[in-house]
Design a protein around this ligand. Structure first.
Ligand code: PDD
Length: 287
């Protein structure tokens, strides 16, 4: 079956799906995006993703290409045409197509691309055994809270992690504190049993998985602390994990080659992964 993409009002085979050479997304990375997990045909926490999309578009002063009801029907049509029950939905919205010039063009319609992939989360082995991360300086611009397609520093760091045999790179600010991963949020469980993740200010992307998990912590009887934490704290942590729409809740068992805790996924992360899977399954069942 050939994959189908939505591009500016048309559903096209990927081979023929493209944007203009002078699209500002291509020329300037002048675009926002979202990635939404799909399970049991449900778009997980779709409304929260749309809320974050509108925030990104607002900060970038890019107009929404259509209303939310229309966007939602495009999402469903892309899933239907690609026969995707479990996977991920991607959307990119650029400022549109115009002769190359830095200031915003006037009277230009935004470009909307929606695609889907059958890819599903981490491997069972990664969930059971956990993954390793390396730490690298956070060289991104100062607004990673905006989900923009300008991802070069993230790609460079992810490639470095891959070449080092690690799953993810945790980015470190000038004070020696972890901000987040290249495509995930970072968490630790301290010796005192507190669950710590960085506060969602302008220094990180406020992950939708992060928000969903925060909603489940109290029910699990766990104390959340939102604050910066250092690489030394990661090394001394009882447990660590990362969250993202692609991986949900994934144990992190080493940092820069040093084991975290006993080097195996701990009881808190295993419980939290299960709780989050319940949160996801409930939405699939409601379809
Ligand atoms: N990345 N931080 C960054 C820098 C991210 O790129 C992502 C998501 C997250 C986690 O956000 P969420 O829980 O909403 O997926 C945190 C997506 C999956 C990507 O770019 O593929």
């Amino acid at each position: 079956m050939s994959r189908i993409a939505y591009v500016n009002g048309r559903y096209l085979p990927h081979k023929r799906a493209s944007v203009h050479v002078e699209d500002r997304g291509f020329q300037f990375a002048d675009a926002a995006y979202e990635v939404i997990a799909v399970r049991g045909s449900a778009l997980i926490d779709e409304d929260l993703h749309l809320k974050r999309l509108h925030r990104s578009l607002g900060e970038l002063r890019i107009a929404a290409p259509m209303g939310d009801a229309s966007l939602k029907s495009v999402f469903r049509e892309v899933l239907r045409r690609n026969a995707i029950v479990d996977g991920a939905l991607y959307l990119q919205i650029s400022r549109g197509q115009a002769p190359r010039d830095f200031p915003f063009p006037q009277g230009v319609a935004p470009t909307l691309v929606v695609t889907a992939q059958r890819k599903r989360g981490p491997l069972a082995k990664q969930v059971e055994e956990g993954v390793g991360v390396i730490t690298l300086p956070d060289i991104r611009w100062r607004r990673p809270d905006i989900k923009s397609v300008s991802l070069l520093p993230n790609l460079l760091a992810k490639q470095q992690a891959k070449e080092a045999g690690a799953f993810e790179a945790w980015l470190v600010d000038r004070d020696g504190n972890v901000t987040e991963g290249t495509s995930s949020n970072a968490w630790i469980v301290t010796a005192a049993g507190e669950v710590v993740t960085r506060q969602a200010d302008t220094s990180i992307l406020n992950g939708i998985t992060r928000l969903g998990l925060i909603g489940l912590l109290a029910r699990e009887g766990l104390k959340l602390v939102e604050r910066p934490f250092s690489v030394a704290e990661v090394k001394a942590a009882r447990e660590a994990f990362l969250t993202s729409s692609n991986n949900f809740v994934l144990p992190v068992v080493s940092v820069d080659g040093a084991a975290i805790g006993n080097g195996y996924p701990g009881s808190v992360v295993r419980r939290l992964r299960q709780a989050y899977e319940g949160h996801v399954a409930a939405q699939g069942a409601a379809q």
